[in-house]
Design a protein around this ligand. Sequence first.
Ligand SMILES: NC(=O)c1ccc[n+]([C@@H]2O[C@H](COP(=O)([O-])OP(=O)(O)OC[C@H]3O[C@@H](n4cnc5c(N)ncnc54)[C@H](O)[C@@H]3O)[C@@H](O)[C@H]2O)c1
Length: 337
Amino acid sequence: MAKIGVLGAGTWGMALARMLSNSGHDVTVWSALPAEVDQLATTRRQKNLPGMVIPDAIKFTKEVAQACEDKDIILFAVPSVFVRSTAKTAAPFIPDGQIIVDVAKGIEPDTLLTLTGVIQDVLTKDGKHDNVKYVALSGPTHAEEVAKDLPTTIVSACEDKETAEKVQDVFMNDNMRVYTNADRLGVELCGALKNVIALASGICSGLGYGDNMRAALIIRGMAEIKRLGLKMGGKESSFDGLAGMGDLIVTATSKESRNYNAGFLIGQGKSAEEAKKEVGMVVEGINAIPAALELSKKYEVEMPIVFAVDSVVNGHAEPRKVIYQLMHREKKSEMVI
Ligand SMILES: NC(=O)c1ccc[n+]([C@@H]2O[C@H](COP(=O)([O-])OP(=O)(O)OC[C@H]3O[C@@H](n4cnc5c(N)ncnc54)[C@H](O)[C@@H]3O)[C@@H](O)[C@H]2O)c1
């Protein structure tokens, strides 16, 4: 039995908290929103997962210390934009040597750090957290399915094998199969960038384009992610694996995917703001666009789909015209595949 503190009580944080509690672990959940703590503790329901009953054994707290002190694992499950502030709030209560697992997917636009990198950046500043272990836990994992105990796989990524395996052991159960990977950066890049490609897939479906276009976006989208990821030091097998191709497939095809759904609404003529509002949960693909553009320029990697998504989402370009331009890009020798 492990003692686990969960920071963030959104859809994914609560689906994982329930799963871990049902596996026999001791789970304490903290949220930055006091009203959310009260609501969860009294109703035992998460608003975006109405069919899921929250086990009585899960404790809720408004004190971040109670979710950080004396824990085997601290799980960061807040949307990417809150990872830095949450790390700052939690830092005084995180002991050195702690295992921290992050499940949020994104890249910080100002620093271009992946999210375990952001937590590391905060914690190493005080000189008291030099031995913290950082794990990225990522894969094709819709909360809605995990909440129903449907079979799911995920990757525990950490350069320290022993830590990756410890997290594997804690999260593994009858319905969750956990693989390990030493390439934390590659796994995190996959998780952040596939959301941008999922927006493209949704935009195309919203426009009325079919499965041919979606398959093309998945494969050529992964080609872009891989080109960048390999230049940044990621391992090829990460991009081909569960956290890469696996997560891209599910995010770019599933009706459960908020990125796909947001793209669909944009393809149907809604603005990005309207789409985000209608989806009602974090749309990390939109958050990831600025960093993806910056990384593409910094590493001199061509990412035409990412740029096309940006011009539709932020440039308000007409989606059909942008797809036309993508299809009519200059013919190149590298079109041989
Ligand atoms: N939902 C999924 O299926 C899923 C699966 C894998 C990974 N993820 C990733 O997990 C992360 C969280 O996703 P989610 O679906 O739980 O999002 P969500 O929109 O459900 O999360 C909202 C939660 O964020 C927290 N929050 C709100 N304001 C905050 C603040 N100011 N400071 C700190 N926390 C605050 C609250 O607990 C709130 O409930 C995202 O990066 C997402 O990509 C989600």
